[in-house]
Design a protein around this ligand. Structure first.
Ligand code: ATP
Length: 293
């Protein structure tokens, strides 16, 4: 398989911390690949190793099958978690300044349309809302028309509406053929945007695949939750059931069969809920802790 970018057994040590502890994966051209994990999992450090901003303690990054070289910076775009924008500049001026750093540049009008900046081109960059600022930073990341764009937690801090709008932009970026590598701790974001994800915790990858595949590989079709006070005394929990936070969680391939069984043993079904397992459930199952910490 020819990858556009590949991480080969990346390790990055800081004094007393194994920030990245042996991470390997590959991203194919045109894919949206997500690194999903809680704060401190090692996502940003992994991204910085792939961006060529940091050097791995060991392991390697390959772009189009070759080690990173001086031309790499022209081929990629980066939306950092926090980028300081020049003060006393308008959105339009800011875009122009970042474009001047590159030899090759995206079509300015198209970029403005894509990132929906038309109405705020003359606005001072200090006066932008969170969503507007992220749209400008996305445009900055795309200003050199990169083949591969890195987005580090692009929607953290945005309200739900602005987050959804931003997802729409990322989908448009993908439709133009740009490969996307993003980090997030929102499982909904990963499920909506990513073809493949790596779940990262404590610097290690604990699962990798398409979101649906991963969930399906680890769970039956449905999760049934009921109050643990409603469980009949003296009846053992079925294999694989979890108990905690006042709830009992059961897994079922066949929901009617499970409900019939619960009725038969006399469980109280008043507060029963049926859910489709998602990445949040998977993360909890694999690590024993929640994704958002
Ligand atoms: P977040 O979601 O909060 O951005 P993350 O998953 O991106 O977290 P990293 O920022 O990569 O995680 O950090 C991984 C670990 O490495 C953390 O324990 C962090 O404290 C540590 N770390 C990161 N940068 C440094 C540094 N420059 N010096 C020492 N430790 C660091």
């Amino acid at each position: 398989m020819a990858y556009l970018i590949e991480a080969q057994d990346l390790v990055r040590l800081y004094p007393g911390v194994r920030a990245v502890d042996g991470i390997s994966f590959g991203v194919e051209m045109g894919q949206c690949y997500g690194l999903l994990g809680p704060n401190g999992a090692g996502k940003t450090t992994t991204l910085e190793l792939l961006e060529g901003i940091q050097t791995p303690t060991s392991g390697a990054v390959r772009f189009k099958g070759r080690p990173l070289d001086r031309t790499y910076a022209e081929a990629i775009g980066i939306q950092f978690q926090a980028t300081a924008l020049q003060e006393f500049q308008t959105v339009g001026e800011s875009l122009g300044m970042f474009a001047s750093f590159y030899r090759h540049m995206a079509d300015r009008d198209e970029l403005i349309r894509l990132c929906n900046l038309g109405d705020i081109l003359d606005r001072d960059t200090r006066k932008l809302s969170g969503g507007q600022r992220q749209r400008l930073l996305l445009a900055v990341a795309l200003v050199n028309d990169p083949e591969l764009v890195f987005l580090d937690e692009p929607t953290t801090g945005l309200d739900p509406q602005a987050r959804r709008n931003f997802w729409g932009l990322i989908e448009m970026v993908r439709r133009r053929g740009t490969t996307v590598l993003l980090t997030t701790h929102y499982m909904e974001e990963a499920e909506r945007l990513c073809d493949r994800i790596a779940i990262v915790d404590h610097g290690r990858m604990i699962a990798e695949g398409s979101p649906a595949e991963l969930v399906r590989a680890h769970f039956p079709a449905r999760v049934i939750r009921l109050a643990d006070s409603g469980w009949p005394e003296g009846t053992p929990l079925p294999d694989g059931a979890l108990k905690g936070n006042g709830e009992i969680e059961l897994y079922a391939e066949d929901v009617p069969e499970m409900l019939a069984e619960l009725e038969r043993i006399g469980a109280d079904l008043t507060a029963l809920r049926i859910a489709t397992p998602n990445l949040e459930d998977l993360f909890l199952k694999l690590t024993g802790h929640a994704l958002r910490t």
